[in-house]
Design a binder for this molecule. Structure first.
Ligand code: FPP
Length: 252
């Protein structure tokens, strides 16, 4: 069921749900004179380090942008490499994830994915279904607009079928149809490599998230940069559109 995405939880300084745009693999490889695919492979190693570090920082949910709906326009060889990385990650790490109580969720459109990728996704989700110590949500063939559009369609169909009512809080009702409906509100979105864009990631969910941009290229990521991002989050004041009474008087 959807969690409310509005003002709540501001008393908590813990970034419970962190989302990562893992950017900079290509530049990391290029600087070393290697093909971009080399950077993506190093990116998988960085992802493993980061998943291991996250629970030690109080993070309970980690959402990572593995493959976007826009990534299909990259050269076919690179698309094939990005696809195979998910398989490589699951094949090499699923046993550990399972053992360490990590539940894997995969969000994004399943249409367009090949049978072997669908099998990998299904295996990762089903083998970890009983876990709840930590949640790793992989956005794969994901786009924020596509997710909202797909949710709108499902919402309209459910309404037309009389399965839901059009009364009550519309935001809570609608967000229950997003692919992130099971996850708590996103507290912090981090983008690496110095780029400062959301690039169609978690558009609805970003409404009250803090944004942190770090200059580190994704393959160099791990415990230390993640700790720095969480520290920056703790130093931010989350207001959800409100103003403190003292500030209003001072301004007037
Ligand atoms: C952006 O770097 C990164 C990606 C498009 C893919 C991210 C994938 C991984 C980190 C591998 C792990 C993924 C899964 C699903 C296990 P870029 O290629 O845009 O880098 P650039 O901006 O330097 O060119």
């Amino acid at each position: 069921m959807a969690k409310p995405s509005g003002p709540q939880g501001e008393e908590s300084a813990i970034a419970r749900h962190v989302a990562l745009i893992m950017d900079g693999n290509g530049r990391w490889a290029k600087r070393r004179g290697f093909p971009r695919t080399f950077g993506h492979r190093a990116g998988v190693t960085a992802l493993k380090r980061t998943v291991e570090a996250a629970p030690t920082l109080g993070i309970e949910w980690l959402t990572v942008f593995g493959f976007s709906t826009e990534n299909w326009s990259r050269p076919p060889a690179e698309v094939a490499e990005l696809m195979s990385l998910l398989k490589h990650y699951v094949d090499s790490d699923l046993e550990r994830l399972e053992r360490e109580g990590v539940r894997v969720h995969v969000i994004g459109r399943r249409e367009g994915l090949s049978a072997d990728i669908l099998e990998v996704i299904e295996r990762a989700e089903s083998r970890t279904r009983a876990n709840d110590r930590f949640h790793l949500q992989v956005a794969f063939n994901y786009g924020g607009r596509a997710d909202i559009a797909d949710a709108a369609r499902r919402y309209a169909r459910a309404l037309a079928a009389g399965e839901i009512s059009d009364e009550g809080d519309p935001e809570a009702a609608f967000s229950g149809f997003l692919s992130t409906a099971e996850a708590p509100p996103v507290d912090l979105i981090v983008r690496t490599s110095g780029e400062r864009r959301l690039s169609n990631f978690l558009l609805w969910e970003a409404a009250y998230a803090e944004l942190v941009f770090q200059d580190v290229l994704w393959p160099d990521y791990g415990a230390e940069p993640l700790r720095a991002a969480v520290e920056e989050f703790k130093a931010r004041e989350r207001r959800y559109g409100r103003a403190e009474a003292d500030d209003v008087l001072a301004a007037g």
